[in-house]
Design a protein around this ligand. Structure first.
Ligand code: ATP
Length: 508
């Protein structure tokens, strides 16, 4: 599927109707298209397998994207693991025993309702189809969830009434955007887990799954980590890793992918204290977002009215993406569901012994801890950071038309922190620039470039989001000073060579 669309028409697809459907859902916003094109042009994100016409909803991170991704991952890890004495990290395998997914409920419950159009052979998620139809009718994105059609859909879904969902689609004359017909199949549940075979001999092989969330790797290692790290409740286990979901309709660039990365933390607490810790983590996680330098009005909490089978409280942190407010992070109070399920299915005791005393002076003793989970998509956070940073500026003056595209990343997230630019390729300027580079390279990511005019080099660094450029010129040889240029203000000042590193470090 292609997302390179303009206001009314996809620039890439042969099928304008398909694009129109997507465009409607994307609230006709050109900003997303501009970000996608920019990401490709400057080496942030490429469509996977582009050489073979692409693989839908799978993306590769290029030389700039991989740095941005690493910096966001590190910012999360630092605040979560290094910033909390009672949280430790884990890196569990993607493949796990298949019974884990039976115990967690994913084999039976991790599914979306889908419907196929018999004329176009296109498959849709029933809720997306209804949402798309409402958007097409002009219902504002923030009003879709409360619209009577959506409320009716949610009720039918809760009752597992798939016939009713089909009837709702037919009664409202919701047609396939491709074939324009209402010739629908029945609604069926579609499991989102990818499966594969383990074992070399086909007859003896077992079906295993690619994990759809990283959380279960934490639950099944609860005792290993608690005992070896000698952790006392409350404590958390954090992990970053790939997750895989066979999304029926994946769209919105890296917003909804089939292979993506999650940053999750499971916080184990004493039963009865979950409300306190749930509120605590809601505030802490929102503050993490605000500390990225993003204003509070770009975020909101969305409390779940319909709770997953394992949760007693849940909410999303939503960000105002170019296509409207959408989930970037989930905070869930998962009760003791997962640990109890793994205890039952593995037939091994999974409990914690709490020797703290209650108000009556009695030890709390053995119990199954409750869990508060914070779960954020790394790729979705990248999209958030790109949406926030992307800026087209008109720099025209009375005599000259001019503009620039600049990525205003917070310096700590920028792929390159400092560009070192000798004004000319000769007269000893490259040697001085290389010396500055040598001094800084161990502390942060630097980039050296001597091609093109200095103006062109500055613009390129703006497009990559580099917060600082220093230029070495002929005067540097005599006065030991360089020009530092600040990305956002474009202000330039002369500073001593010895101060370059500390100025950049201060901004980080
Ligand atoms: P959605 O409602 O958008 O499908 P979800 O509620 O299923 O998301 P969770 O299972 O709570 O999501 O996963 C936690 C986080 O993982 C999400 O907040 C999101 O940032 C990220 N995530 C989930 N699915 C995807 C996906 N297909 N592509 C990219 N990121 C995802």
């Amino acid at each position: 599927m292609c997302f390179l669309f303009s206001k009314n028409h996809c620039l890439h697809c042969t099928s304008p109707t398909e694009a129109l459907y997507i465009c409607t859902l994307m609230a006709n916003d050109n900003k997303l298209a501009a970000i996608i094109a920019h990401c490709k042009e400057y080496g942030f994100i490429f469509q996977s397998s582009e050489l073979y016409d692409g693989l839908s909803a799978v993306y590769d991170y290029g030389q700039m994207g991989v740095e941005l991704k690493k910096n966001i991952r590190e910012t999360w890890w630092r605040s979560m693991v290094y910033g909390n004495e009672n949280i430790v990290g884990l890196d569990s395998a993607i493949f796990m025993h298949p019974t884990i997914w039976k115990a967690s409920g994913h084999v039976d419950n991790f599914s979306d309702p889908m419907i196929d159009n018999k004329d176009s052979n296109k498959r849709y998620r029933a809720d997306h189809l209804i949402e798309g139809h409402l958007a097409y009718l002009g219902v504002a994105t923030e009003e879709i969830a409360e619209h009577p059609m959506m409320v009716a859909f949610e009720k039918l879904l809760t009752e597992n009434n798939f016939e009713g969902i089909k009837q709702l689609i037919v009664d409202n004359n919701i047609c396939c955007p491709i074939s324009k017909t209402c010739n629908w199949t029945d609604v069926r549940q579609f499991n989102l887990m990818f499966s594969t075979q383990v074992g070399s001999v086909a007859e003896e092989s077992d079906t295993i799954y690619l994990r759809p969330e990283t959380a279960q790797g934490i639950f099944v290692n609860f005792l290993n980590v608690q005992k070896t790290a000698r952790l006392k409740i409350p404590f958390g286990i954090a992990q970053v890793g790939k997750a895989f979901r066979n999304e029926i309709v994946a769209r919105g660039f890296i917003f909804r992918m089939r292979e993506f990365e999650q940053m999750e933390m499971q916080f184990f607490v004493r039963p009865g204290t979950q409300k306190y810790w749930y509120e605590h983590w809601k505030q802490v996680r929102m503050q993490w977002h605000l500390d990225l330098g993003i204003s509070a009005n770009k975020y909101r909490f969305h409390d779940h009215l319909k709770l997953a089978h394992y949760a007693d409280m849940a909410c999303d942190i939503e960000y105002d993406f170019p296509m409207g407010f959408k989930e970037v992070e989930g905070i869930h109070s998962r009760t003791d569901f997962d640990l109890k399920q793994h205890q039952e299915y593995s037939k091994k005791k999974i409990q914690y012994f709490d020797n703290d005393l209650d108000e009556n002076g009695k030890a709390y003793g053995n119990y199954t801890p409750y869990v508060i989970e914070t779960s954020i998509g790394l790729d979705r956070t990248i999209m958030l950071v790109l949406s926030e940073a992307y800026c087209e500026e008109d720099l025209s003056t009375a005599d000259k038309q001019d503009s620039r595209v600049v990525l205003k990343f917070p310096p700590k997230l920028a792929p390159i922190k400092l560009a070192i630019l000798p004004l000319m390729k000769k007269d000893g300027l490259p040697e001085i620039a290389r010396e500055i580079m040598k001094d800084c390279i161990d502390s942060f990511h630097c980039f050296y470039e001597e091609k093109d005019s200095i103006g062109k080099r500055y613009r390129r660094m703006d497009a990559l989001g580099t917060p600082f450029c220093v230029t070495v010129d002929h005067d540097t040889k005599t006065d030991g000073m360089v020009t530092i240029r600040h990305r956002d203000s474009m202000l330039q000042e002369r500073i001593k060579i010895e101060d370059v590193k500390s100025i950049v470090l201060k901004a980080l």
